[in-house]
Every structure is written in structure tokens, then in C-alpha cells.
Design a protein around this ligand. Sequence first.
Ligand code: FES
Length: 118
Amino acid sequence: MKYRMTVRPSGEILEIDPVALEAERDGRTGSILQALLNSGIDMDHACGGVGACSTCHVIVSEGGDTIPEADENEEDCLESARGLTLQSRLACQAVPDGSKDLVVEIPSWNINEVKESH
Ligand code: FES
């Protein structure tokens, strides 16, 4: 199901079509990381999207209930993420079902590592 993802702090609104996300991209198929990468937001993802680093930490401030709960591996990995919140997720592991729009915040300390190509 297509949905919109608002990226903060840039305010960019992305139209996400999960069907168009590439299986060979880093991260789980349909993950927030894939959606960001496909939209030209080159978010840091040091481990290649296998849930082993936490550099892809994002805060899903709206629509988080459309994403299955974090598994044990994601929770363990998130524990080492800076600025952890109750809405924190690993972008590479979080796969929204598309039933609601999302608001995703990229933490400010990752901003310098985020390159947007337009
Ligand atoms: S890219 Fe390493 S945990 Fe997501």
C-alpha cells in the first residue's frame, strides 16, 4: 500500500510505493531505510542494513503502529543508539505496512552524515 513519509527535520514529504522498493537494496525489503535510499536520501547505514550497527537509528514519531514490533536483535542493537526514545527504530529493520502515513525523524547528530541528492 502506498503511503507518505514526512522526513524531519528537512520536512521533505516522500511518496513511498513499497512495491517499487528493491529487494537488493540494503535493509529489509520495504524498510524505512530502503524508502529513504530510494528517495535519494543517502542515510548512513554502516552495517549494510543487517541490523548490526544502529547508525540507521530513526525516530518514528507518527505511524509507528504500522510497523511490527522490534525483534530482540533490533532491541539489542538500539540499546547502543544515541538519544534512544520509545519511538526509536532501526530504519533497516522497520517495515511499515503502509496503512498510515509516517513521520520519521533523522536524529540531529546524524544530519552531517545524511546527504540529500536533488
Ligand atoms: S544499517 Fe546497521 S543497523 Fe541498520
